[in-house]
Design a protein. Structure first.
Length: 190
């Protein structure tokens, strides 16, 4: 790590508190091979879960959109982690803070849109409780409180979770100190 990155790291950690803890938990979830680093292959495994779970071919436009969205997100993480192809937990936490605060969630919003495009067959970029439960299942998440989680994420009470509600949950996860915020619950299990 460069001195500039180390100084940025110390400042971010000093102010981070609970969001930093949540991001470290996200690191543990993304580090599929448990080698102590996140690399593109870890995100590719996640993409493959979507493709397998939703029976998509790699040349399907939705699969390509998901691949592109994650690739853009990964490039931003690499850039903020000083260009490392393998990102350790500290660099991952800082890079996530910088990506998600500095870019107003643009990279993450791309992933949200791509996932909703895959899960929502009506193309309204929103999903109901049944499709939400399926999404959790595809990701290998056993969430006994899925119904309650869905209700908390559905902030407008229309029975569907849309892009804005997913984006709000993401913001809560990355910046809120409230561990019980719906975003902390959702991204804490993803």
């Amino acid at each position: 790590m460069t001195a500039r990155f180390q100084a940025r790291t110390r400042l971010m950690f000093a102010a981070a508190g609970p969001p930093h803890r949540k991001i470290c938990e996200l690191f543990d979830a993304v580090d599929a091979d448990r080698d102590g680093y996140v690399e593109w292959a870890d995100y590719q495994r996640l993409i493959d879960r979507y493709l397998s779970g939703y029976h998509l071919c790699r040349d399907d436009r939705r699969a390509m959109a998901l691949q592109t969205a994650y690739a853009l997100y990964w490039q931003e993480l690499e850039r903020h982690a000083d260009g490392g192809r393998r990102v350790d937990k500290d660099a991952f936490a800082i890079a996530h803070c910088l990506v998600n605060l500095g870019r107003t969630f643009q990279a993450l919003n791309g992933i949200i849109h791509a996932v909703l495009d895959i899960t929502d067959t009506t193309h309204g970029y929103q999903i109901g409780a049944e499709k939400f439960a399926r999404l959790l299942q595809v990701l290998g998440i056993t969430a006994p409180a899925a119904v309650e989680l869905f209700a908390r994420l559905d902030t407008n009470g229309d029975g569907r979770i849309g892009c804005e509600e997913f984006a709000r949950a993401a913001r809560e996860f990355f910046v809120s100190g409230d561990p019980d915020a719906p975003g902390g619950l959702l991204f804490g299990v993803l």
